[in-house]
Unconditional design. Sequence first.
Length: 367
Amino acid sequence: MAQVSLKNVSKIYSGNIEDVSNVSLGVENKEFVVFVGPSGCGKSTILRMIAGLEDITKGEIWISNKMVNDVPSKDRDIAMVFQNYALYPHMTVYENMSFALKLRKYPKSDIETRVKEAAEILGIDKLLNRRPKELSGGQRQRVAVGRAIVRKPMVFLFDEPLSNLDAKMRVQMRMELNKLHIRLQATMIYVTHDQTEAMTMGNRIVVMKDGIINQVADPITLYDKPVNKFVAGFMGSPPMNFVKGRIIKKDSKFFFTEGGFTLKILEDMYKKLASYEDKEIFFGIRPEDIYDKLFTSQASSENTVKAIVEIIEPMGAEAFLYITAGKSSLIARVGGHDRPEIHQDMDLVFDMSKAHFFNKDTEETII
């Protein structure tokens, strides 16, 4: 069983700089867990502590029911794939992939079998005699992954392995790593700053900020039910729209107003928002939940807002509209052929069943 457990793990550098703060998490056997967050949030530090490349200041790390705080990296039965590939330039692909096995004095026949197996899985079996300088970035990354596979470790660790690839190759490699996880049925822990990678790859996603875990959940739960404003804004591209305004009550109905426009809140949300009457609050809505009135039958005056289109980004099948409504700047995601003209006035319909509300002071989710 290749379970990984972090118990109250912290990393504090000289000067009392806390990079990771009291992190506890369990990674199940065969699970694919992705750590995501902005640069400097501590996600790579956690990966390096699991790998044994960073000392732990406080807490415990367990791999397969064994505490490994003082176990050298080479004895933890993990394999790590780095952002910069870390291939030996003077060695062939075969030599790079087999190097760790040779150091461990594996039989030559066993090494050959493992390398060929891994090369076939990754589609690089015809590249075994080439050197790294003769490979593309995607091919080099496959070799780096293959070097990890041949060791058959209990846990695979990936530290932003796709960030040096172009956009098309990143999409392809995401798919390949997903297929690899299904085929190997291995425990994998992956670090990225790219929320698209996180959403498309992880069984569970760990969202971090300032060395602290903000939320751990499957991708859909994170997207639909973020626990705070940071998670709501970080997960999703384009990001969620946020508007600061007030909750007001009129004729037994609750409304959100930011001064320039007003939206009616659904009745099933009244109970949770009643204590915020006449108080400032953050309203959140995702770009895909804002529609052009011309293309929806769900419009009413209570969920429709006048807006001006400032910029249009055509994306092919869809378009991003950067708009001004009242005092607020928003982004709407519409069909690629539904877009209006720049500086055109338009009526926008807000799907209030998809609305999110956040406490202004704590930024925690209310709804």
